[in-house]
Design a protein around this ligand. Structure first.
Ligand code: EPZ
Length: 423
């Protein structure tokens, strides 16, 4: 099982280029099921979850070809409708094929995604809303079996709680449903907007993009399109935090600072000097550690739960006590125990982590538990005394393209190695 060995204390300087957003690429790949015409997607990040989604699409009769680097042509064919467990269990976002399969092939069999390290991750909101569009749904030996023999019919739907992939699934179902669908209490993440932009390019009729209410007029069929995936705001935010922690002048390029407002506001409150342009964030070398700040994760445009773990790493090096509350997931503090093993002073009370900084961190062997926790352990390793070995970095490879390559180009000293079996 591959690991990282990180030599602490190296200063980072230079430019790092952000890749395409995994959480936009996944729904956009699923949306290719909505048409029989070829779709070309540019800017797909080279990460494991994208490979998994392409395998799911292949199991559904789609063919993904790589063309000059990052463009892939995905031509729809056949009427396969079963997304198999062995793929879905490795990536819960496979549930995103449910809406488009129902919309165009009128049936779907998708393994119920299991929970994961950060929580139970149910999909009840997705299923309830699809039933409102006229789908018959049942659970059969761990699979969701869904049918809509007469097609889907528009309806008014209000999500009980904001759900990102729930919004995306229902948007993809509604674009081919008969008549009008109104979706209320929708997620407003930039990745939802990117999917809506791609669907509009395919001929879908969607109003209210960027607001909590989406109105969709169903159409008979959708055409192919060329679409470029937006930059990954979570990868960008991760490198901005790395720059604050260990930077001697770092520019994060190819990103959209507008998608990072909550983080940039928080850094301003912490006394961190940051400069932005239309597609880059520059973090000059900081003269002193950041001030402790408190934050609560929230749906966009609030502070992203996917940056909570990274903020905790920064908080260990901030002056004072930071109170960071995780309001989205019920179990997203797995990284706290590993940070404490490195010397961090953190008390968790319910959903709030009280981080007492700044404390020197000592390199040791730590274990990644989920995608963003892995990134946090890498960040901590950058500023720790001595070497840090991060185990199970397959979590990292799910959502960060060549993280060690990008950080080493900035001056970090990270070695990816595999100690062989049984270790
Ligand atoms: C998306 O997950 C992201 N994944 C997650 O990123 C991200 O953390 C999350 O949104 C929140 O921003 C993708 O986009 C592929 P939710 P999703 O539905 O859609 C509860 C990463 O690191 N809920 O918005 O699964 C749920 O349990 C990943 O890239 C229900 O109860 O999250 C959670 O508490 C991790 N029933 C809350 O709502 C449902 O049917 C928000 O979940 C759906 C959700």
């Amino acid at each position: 099982m591959e690991k990282f060995r990180i030599r602490g204390g190296r200063r980072l300087a230079g430019e790092v280029q952000v890749s395409g957003a995994k959480n936009a690429a996944l729904p956009c790949l699923a949306a290719t099921l909505l048409t029989s015409e070829p779709v070309r997607l540019q800017g797909l990040p080279r990460v494991r979850d994208i490979v998994t989604m392409e395998k799911v699409l292949a199991a559904l009769g789609e063919s993904c070809e790589r063309e000059n680097g990052t463009t892939r042509v995905v031509a729809g064919s056949g009427d396969a409708h079963h997304a198999p467990y062995e793929l879905v269990r490795t990536m819960r976002a496979s549930v995103l094929v449910l809406g488009p399969l129902l919309a165009r092939r009128r049936r779907a069999r998708v393994s119920l995604p299991g929970g994961c390290a950060i929580g139970a991750r149910p999909v009840d909101f997705h299923l309830q809303a699809l039933a409102r569009l006229g789908a018959d749904l049942r659970v059969e030996s761990g699979d969701v079996v869904a049918e809509a023999p007469h097609g889907l019919a528009g309806a008014e739907i209000e999500f009980p709680r904001i759900t990102v992939t729930g919004t995306e699934n229902l948007l993809m179902a509604a674009v081919l449903a008969r008549g009008r669908t109104v979706l209320r209490n929708c997620a407003r993440e930039p990745e939802v907007e990117d999917l809506a932009a791609m669907l509009a390019g395919m001929g879908a009729r969607i109003a209210g993009v960027g607001s909590p209410t989406l109105e969709v007029e169903g159409v008979e069929a959708l055409r192919g399109t060329d679409h470029t995936i937006i930059p990954d705001r979570i990868e960008a935010g991760t490198y901005v935090i790395a720059a604050v922690l260990a930077g001697a002048g770092v520019t994060v390029t190819g990103c959209r600072p507008a998608h990072l407002h909550a983080l940039l506001d928080l850094l301003e409150r912490a006394g961190v000097a940051v400069e932005t342009s239309n597609d880059a964030v520059t973090v000059p070398e900081q003269g002193s550690p950041p001030r402790a700040v408190s934050a609560t994760t929230a749906e966009y445009p609030g502070f992203a739960t996917d940056l909570q773990a990274q903020l905790l790493a920064l908080a260990t090096q901030s002056r004072g006590t930071s109170n960071i509350t995780e309001a989205i997931f019920e179990n997203r503090f797995q990284h706290v125990l590993e940070l404490k093993r490195m010397g961090a002073a953190i008390d968790v009370e319910g959903r709030t982590a009280h981080v007492h900084g700044s404390t020197p961190l000592d390199g040791t062997t730590v274990m990644a538990s989920d995608l963003r926790a892995s990134a946090t352990l890498v960040l901590a390793g950058l500023v720790a005394r001595g070497d840090t070995v991060v185990d199970r970095i397959y979590h990292l490879d799910r959502g960060y393209e060549a993280m060690e390559v990008k950080l080493n180009a900035l001056g970090a000293e990270i070695e990816r190695f595999n100690p062989g079996p049984y270790r």
